[in-house]
Write a protein that binds this ligand. Structure first.
Ligand SMILES: C[S@@+](CC[C@H](N)C(=O)[O-])C[C@H]1O[C@@H](n2cnc3c(N)ncnc32)[C@H](O)[C@@H]1O
Length: 312
């Protein structure tokens, strides 16, 4: 027997040094993540939908409400990963826990484990005391599960897994290390559903420094080709959607909702922060509209060792 992953060159690269927070292969640091996500839970609650989803929704009709489209997105990833009924499911980058809650309360999942680097998010999920939900303030690189998972979901976190300044090969190695870990953590035949913003026709040089300096520090977007190269031999791509127009519509909703609660938002976080978010929504809407960015949803299945043809 030959393991499928043995058939492709090992491209994992050296393991990052946990004591070296500047290691670009560790992705955005906890400090960089907190710069964005720990602005304040009350601020995000003002304009996110009731599921607390801070990622692109899945729209179907012109009449959809934001919450409806966010629930559809959560259901999409639950279904595509094969999570319903699983004993254990992992959510990498769990945000405020909307998916974790849905897994245990509506899909019979025994234990839903969420990883986040945001203290505010972890505290929010912990305070809900949801039976079967476990949230960890932990980088995926440091995650060591005590038992395998039946399914893995990751929505809107992959964008933080590589820093600017890496070569294409280094990025592929970084992403490959992520997928290798996910492969190891899954039960045989387990599924994974991944959602990430990707570069479209533009690259990091075409983006203004505003995003790196003020919105998402230490975070470079992936290209679809980099994701495909890093999956090779580890996961089968079952389905791929590019829903960039769905993100334009989601951002438009967030902008409208923030506008409607602007005075409260300013009271919570100050005028400068609100202006920063307004600019960020506006620029991203343009990016998704013109295709300089895309929104990838990938349904993946763990590849299993295959017997070599001609061998008993
Ligand atoms: C845009 S939010 C998405 C949250 C949630 N999945 C949703 O759709 O609402 C990105 C999440 O990824 C988490 N994250 C970023 N880098 C991470 C890492 N290296 N390990 C674990 N979580 C990470 C952040 O803490 C945050 O919870």
């Amino acid at each position: 027997m030959q393991a499928a992953q043995d058939a492709v060159p090992a491209a994992a690269g050296p393991e990052p040094d946990p004591a070296d927070p500047s290691d670009a292969g560790r992705g955005a640091s906890a400090e960089a993540i907190r710069h964005h996500y720990d602005v304040g839970n009350a601020f995000y609650r003002l304009w996110l939908d009731p599921t607390g989803s801070y990622s692109c929704a899945l729209w179907e009709t012109g009449e959809d409400a934001l919450e409806q489209a966010q629930v559809r997105k959560l259901e999409h990833h639950i279904r595509e990963s094969g999570a319903p009924g699983a004993a254990r499911v992992l959510d990498i980058g769990c945000g405020w826990g909307g998916l974790l809650q849905r897994l245990v309360q509506q899909h019979g999942v025994g234990c839903a484990v969420g990883l986040t680097l945001s203290e505010a998010q972890a505290a929010f999920v912990t305070a809900q005391h949801l039976p079967g939900v476990e949230v960890r303030l932990e980088n995926w690189l440091d995650h060591r599960p005590e038992a395998p998972y039946g399914a893995i979901v990751s929505i809107g976190a992959f964008e933080h897994f590589a820093r600017h300044g890496l070569s294409r090969q280094q990025k592929v190695e970084t992403y490959r290390r992520f997928f290798r870990h996910c492969h190891d953590w899954l039960e045989p035949g387990g599924g994974m559903s991944l959602q990430s913003i990707v570069y479209g026709w533009a690259g990091s040089k075409e983006f203004c420094s505003f995003f790196d300096e003020e919105i998402f520090p230490e975070s470079d977007l992936p290209r679809l080709g980099e994701i495909f190269d890093s999956l090779d031999g580890l996961f089968e791509v079952v389905r791929l959607r590019n829903d960039r127009e769905h993100y334009e519509r989601t951002l438009s909703q967030w902008r409208q909702r923030l506008r409607a609660r602007r005075a409260e938002a300013v009271a919570l976080v100050g005028e400068a922060t609100v202006v920063r978010y307004e600019k960020y929504f506006q620029l991203c809407m343009i990016g998704f509209h013109v295709g300089s960015m895309g929104l990838a949803r990938l349904s993946l299945r763990r590849l299993e060792p295959q017997p070599r043809p001609g061998r008993a």
